[in-house]
Design a binder for this molecule. Sequence first.
Ligand code: SAH
Ligand code: SF4
Ligand code: F3S
Length: 454
Amino acid sequence: MTEKSYHIITFGCQMNVHDSQWLARALTARSFVEAPLEDAQVVIVNTCSVREKPEQKVMSALGRIRQVTGGSPHVLVAVTGCVAQQVGAAFFEKEAQVRLVAGSDGIANAPAAIERLLAEPELRLSLLDFSSSYLEREPGADGPCGPVAHVNIMQGCDNFCTYCIVPFTRGRQKSRMSAAILDECRLRIAQGAREICLLGQNVNAFGRDGHGDGLSFARLLHQVAGLPGLRRLRFVTPHPKDMSPQDIAAFAELPQLCPRLHLPLQAGSDSVLKRMHRRYDSAAFLDLVSRLREARPDLALSTDLIVGFPGETEADFQATLDMMRACGFMSSFSFCYSDRPGARAALFPDKIAPVIQQDRLLRLQALQEELGQQWLQARTGTETSLLLEGRSPKARMDTTDPPALTSWQGRDPYGVPVHVYLPEHADHTGRMLSVRITNAKKHSLQADALEAPW
Ligand code: SAH
Ligand code: SF4
Ligand code: F3S
């Protein structure tokens, strides 16, 4: 075991990934080093409870940690995030190695708590209180940032969709002060970011909760897009009901705003949407899509979908498939509904049998494969720009003459991975490159460079 070393295991959404990255920077600033699980003194499990499966994964991760570390009392295990918020101090009874439980707002103080726990081996701490406003966090270790940076703009959610645990685990919505958001964006750009993705559970309700400074989401988009050096702007996740005319207009007005929008539909049937408490119906969603496409004709949409919500009939399910075709989603995340204790739908009658849920999920995913392939195929022959991220994971050397070409991976404005051969000798990371798409693979594209990036 290496003294002052840490290992982080992350489950869940982009916000959890972002929290884990921050934990790593904050521990690095306290002179901790990263280590493999078998070597680490501190093991952090950053958890998700949005569905049954991720929650089960957390429990099996704790079992694996016990196995790998032999249950050593010298290894400090911290459970953070949404399951920690829910289960709380009961974790201390479940697993003897767990000495820190930190919920959504408690994470901000987790690095200091870890130092204290290492100094006081008998102590256990739980950080479960929700703060009354967005908690700014210590900046953590400085260092270069990749070409894409994620920046939190809020915490929590007020929507209480009936299937969802998030408002309970992340607490009420709290917007961050816009000055702090803009400062973090400037810092990331100075560290090398060319693309910024604004994060939150309900980003387009930013500024409406009375905790921040009241700047609207559309104004925030304008201010971030205007930062010198920024080439691309994205955000995730917006709620369809909160999309203002100004948000839609931003897609026409801001060239930095990428023509890709993740817009969670969840279901196509109006009665299911009503019971989900989504507060839009299929007609309103289609109207929103057409207004967005009017503002930005090259817009591509992706979505989240749930199958087998309580009471969902085959006709309801067919309505979801119809909406998928009507919207032409380029991709989607799809899930079988699972009961979340505390969420209202857990009490709804007419639960759908798992075999039926699974059958619907497979049919939905088959349709999505078809729509995704159609969308990718239609891209071949078009010109676009890439933000280069690094060598392709499975880079093959090109053997043509002159040699020394390597496959690089970039993302197009839709966030699709695109592979392109470039000269080996230079580091192209963070550069923009004009390309022509030559070929569509299953979930990625191949392209030829239209210019020399060096
Ligand atoms: N705030 C975002 C993301 C919420 S969680 C939004 O409103 O879209 C991510 C996705 O998990 C949701 O969009 C939903 O599709 C899915 N999800 C949430 N609770 C679920 C549950 N109980 N069962 C199945 N899927 C669920
Ligand atoms: Fe959950 Fe709905 Fe909030 Fe998204 S908007 S986090 S699905 S309650
Ligand atoms: Fe999971 Fe919490 Fe995110 S429940 S999806 S980690 S907000």
